[in-house]
Design a protein around this ligand. Structure first.
Ligand SMILES: Nc1ncnc2c1ncn2[C@@H]1O[C@H](COP(=O)(O)OP(=O)(O)OP(=O)(O)O)[C@@H](O)[C@H]1O
Length: 257
C-alpha cells in the first residue's frame, strides 16, 4: 500500500548547522504517529519539510506517492495542514478571521466564503473548543487559548494529514484531555495524525507509532512498546537511569517487554 506520507533520504541544513541527514520514514493513512526527541534535534524542521513549508536539500517528500512539490498550493493545503508552535499575527484579527484563513485554499479570488466554508469554520471552532472565543482578538488570548485557535485553523483546512508541532504546549490538564480526545475523533474520521510530542506520558495510549529522533541523525521507528524503553529514552534524551522524571510504569523495561 502506498504510504500517505513518505520522506525519502531527506537532508536539511541551516547555513551554519546540519539538522537532518539521510532521514527516511513512511506514514500510513489512518495512523497516529508521535515524533519525539530532545530539544533542538530537528522535530519542527522535519514537520515543516513534511508540510512543504520548506524543501529538503537532498531527498524527496511524497504525498500519496506523488512528490509534494508537484502539488499546487490548493492541492497541498487540502492534503496537509501544519499547526505550528508559533503563529505570528501582525494585526488585530479576531479568532474567527484567523480560522477563516484556513479556507483560503478553497476560496477562489473572485468569491468570498460559501456556505460550505462557513460550516467548515464553525465545525473547526467547535472541535477545538474555541467557539466562545470567536470574536476575541487573537493577540489578546492566553497561550493555551491561542494553541486551540491554531488547531482550529488547521482543521478548517480539512486536510487528510494533520501535522501538529507540540500541540499540548500551554494546555492545562483538562485541555490536554480535550486535545487527546480530539485526535482520537479525527483519526476515527480518517484523518492521519503526525505530531511532535514532549509530554511522553501522552504517547503510549494515544499513538499507534512512535518516531524517536536521536543523536547522530538516527531515527528509530516502532510501536510505543518498542520505542518507549528506558534504554532508548536515556540514549536519546541523555539522562541518567536513576533520574526518571515521569512515572516509571509508563516505561517499557527489558523485563516487562
Ligand atoms: N532559522 C534557523 N537558522 C539557524 N538554525 C536554526 C533555525 N531554525 C532552527 N535552527 C536550528 O535547527 C535545529 C533544529 O531545530 P528544530 O526547531 O527543528 O528542533 P526541535 O527538535 O523542534 O526542537 P524543540 O524540541 O526545542 O522545539 C536547532 O539546533 C535549531 O537551533
Amino acid at each position: 500500500m502506498t504510504p500517505l506520507l513518505e520522506l525519502h533520504t531527506i537532508a536539511f541544513a541551516h547555513p551554519a548547522r546540519e539538522v537532518l541527514r539521510n532521514i527516511s520514514l513512511a506514514i500510513e493513512e489512518g495512523t497516529a504517529t508521535a515524533l519525539i526527541g530532545p530539544n533542538g534535534i530537528g522535530k519542527t524542521t522535519l514537520l515543516r519539510l513534511a508540510s512543504g513549508a520548506i524543501t529538503p536539500a537532498h531527498g524527496e517528500v511524497f504525498f500519496n506517492g506523488k512528490p509534494l512539490r508537484d502539488l499546487d498550493r490548493r492541492q497541498r493545503a487540502q492534503s496537509v495542514a501544519l499547526v505550528p508552535q508559533r503563529l505570528e499575527v501582525p494585526f488585530r484579527f479576531t479568532v474567527q478571521q484567523i480560522v477563516e484563513q484556513g479556507r483560503t485554499p478553497y476560496v477562489g479570488y473572485l468569491r468570498g466564503l460559501l456556505r460550505e466554508d462557513r460550516l467548515a469554520v464553525d465545525r473547526a471552532l467547535d472541535l477545538a473548543h474555541v467557539t466562545s472565543l470567536r470574536h476575541r482578538i487573537f493577540n489578546e488570548l492566553s497561550g493555551g487559548e491561542r494553541q486551540r485557535v491554531k488547531i482550529a485553523l488547521g482543521l478548517a483546512q480539512q486536510p487528510k494529514l494533520l501535522l501538529l508541532d507540540e500541540p499540548t504546549q500551554n494546555l492545562d490538564i483538562g485541555r490536554q484531555v480535550e486535545l487527546i480526545d480530539l485526535l482520537h475523533l479525527l483519526r476515527s474520521e480518517g484523518i492521519t495524525i503526525f505530531a511532535s510530542i514532549h509530554d511522553l506520558h501522552l504517547v503510549p495510549n494515544n499513538f499507534s507509532t512512535v518516531l524517536l529522533l536521536g543523536p547522530d541523525h538516527r531515527l528509530l521507528e516502532g510501536s510505543p512498546a518498542d520505542i518507549m524503553t528506558s534504554e532508548h529514552l536515556q540514549w536519546a534524551f541523555d539522562y541518567p537511569a536513576s533520574r526518571h522524571l515521569f512515572l516509571p510504569e509508563l516505561l517499557v523495561t527489558k523485563e516487562t517487554r
